[in-house]
Write a protein that binds this ligand. Sequence first.
Ligand SMILES: [Zn+2]
Length: 274
Amino acid sequence: METPKNVQKNIMSENENKSPIKIFSTPKGLNVVKSPVKSIILSALREKELSFDEIVGVTGKSKSTVSVHLKALSQDGVIGSKTHPADQRKKIFFINSRYIGELNQQEVREREEEKVEFLIKNLINKGDPFEFFRLMFHTLRVVMIKEGVNLDPILNQTGMRIGEVFYRQLENKKTGELLKNLADFWVSNGLGRLEIENLNPITVWAYDCFECGLLPNVGESACALDAGILEAVFSAHLSQKIIVNEIKCYAKGDKYCCFVIESLDGLSEELSPD
Ligand SMILES: [Zn+2]
């Protein structure tokens, strides 16, 4: 999967203009990555292990520049390296830390202030414990978005932990039955209403989504927790690592959220259920 150099340059210059600060948790503690080149290296390594030459190709930077960045990331404990199995003289680099989130300093979202006020007013008026905690969750999240903190990776990990536990209750060898159990679970816990739109690839629509239904239109999908739950449930069900793409979301201005379950290689036919 070669990306032409000129396309790569465009990606780089876009990233250099508005690259947010990324935060990683390493064995040595938290590490804050500001450099756009480092961000690109880490994004690529989050997908798979890469050799030095492959990293040079991905960044479109000179070997000496890449070498300096790799050395710094290794010293900080963000990445690690090992000998290439096919060539003793070469190294393979891998990520040695967890992606926690990012800070976007340039973007101040004034609209969010109104939303915070709206949510807090509702929080006081409802008098329903479930609604209270739901609104608390939203308020916390909107305040963080307003302050430029994106905690989606942590929400996603939390969702995966929840999904692993849910799966034991919902488990059924037949995909249709599992989806039915999941939909029942969603309704009985007030998480919204799920509709199964397609089985190949597995496509789920969520109405009245608890996670994003009250979020402001942030222009992008926001259901990192839901996606994490679905990811864990279907990874366990299909006995393979899958990814969940939220292609529609209330937070993007859509009328429902739409999750598509895909295999890690994008080979959806492999996921065709029984
Ligand atoms: Zn959503």
